[in-house]
Design a protein around this ligand. Structure first.
Ligand code: PGA
Length: 256
């Protein structure tokens, strides 16, 4: 059984006082049960410690939105995965489509970052997904195939263990358009098949593959009901306590 996971990607939002308030109310509002998902908050770098202060002692975990591909050195402005680990991060989002498009991160860069994060002891939440144009041209599987092979290049079965994959169709991010549960389910199955071919069946069944792209309280149930989907990476709806808890707290009853 894969433990579901829901991560809130706050992107470039929330000053430290705002971050503290949001983290505190989320930590207080989570209904913990045996079928609750793992919950991860990914605030901006500047708010990581503030958020950690609010969630320590709760079930909520900390993640970052990016990390550099080296452990230390002369890289002005960059943040090392070891730095993230030592302030309490367990997860790091890597290869997000906004990083790929605004900061020209290609598969090779993502691969280096994934390796460094794993080496440091963080669990990467590796994002893959096609643009609208690519979907319309029928290239979804080819794009996801290339991104995944690129990002995982040279990683051993052992190193793969802590990985989470987020399928995020670019056309669904921040647009209010979601992939239908069937569309998402198809790509998730494709991702598992690919993992099985690249590694083995067992690992393909163990790795968590989550969905991202306009997940909201009113569409989350249908998405999470897909057996191949192990949770969500939530952007906009993670910025308010009510909408984020509306997604997290419906999880135990998603089959109703
Ligand atoms: P969204 O963002 O939920 O606002 O579409 C998701 C993401 O970018 O991870």
């Amino acid at each position: 059984m894969r433990e579901p996971i829901i991560a809130g990607n706050w992107k470039m939002n929330k000053t430290n006082p705002e971050a503290r308030e949001l983290a505190k109310s989320i930590a207080q509002g989570i209904e913990v049960s045996s079928s609750s998902p793992e919950v991860v908050l990914c605030p901006p770098f500047t708010a990581l410690e503030a958020v950690m202060g609010e969630i320590s002692g709760s079930e909520v975990k900390l993640g970052a939105q990016d990390a550099f591909w080296d452990i230390q050195g002369a890289y002005t402005g960059e943040i090392s995965p070891i730095m993230l680990l030592t302030i309490g991060c367990e997860y790091v989002i890597l290869g997000h489509s906004e990083r790929r498009s605004y900061f020209s991160e290609d598969d090779q860069v993502v691969n280096r970052k994934v390796k460094a994060a794993i080496q440091a002891g963080l669990s990467p939440i590796l994002c893959v997904g096609e643009s609208l144009e690519e979907r319309e041209k029928g290239q979804t599987e080819a794009v996801v195939n290339k991104q995944l092979r690129g990002a995982l290049n040279g990683l051993s079965l052992e190193e793969l263990k802590s990985l989470v994959i987020a399928y995020e169709p670019v056309w669904a991010i921040g647009t209010g358009r979601t992939a239908t549960p069937q569309q998402a389910g198809e790509v998730h199955s494709f991702i598992r098949d690919l993992l099985s071919r690249l590694y083995d069946f067992e690992v393909s069944q163990r790795i968590r593959v989550i969905y991202g792209g306009s997940v909201k309280p009113d569409n989350a149930r249908d998405i999470f009901n897909q057996p191949q989907i192990d949770g969500g990476l939530v952007g906009g709806a993670s910025l308010e306590t009510e909408s984020f808890l509306g997604i997290v707290n419906l999880y135990p009853s998603r089959g109703d």
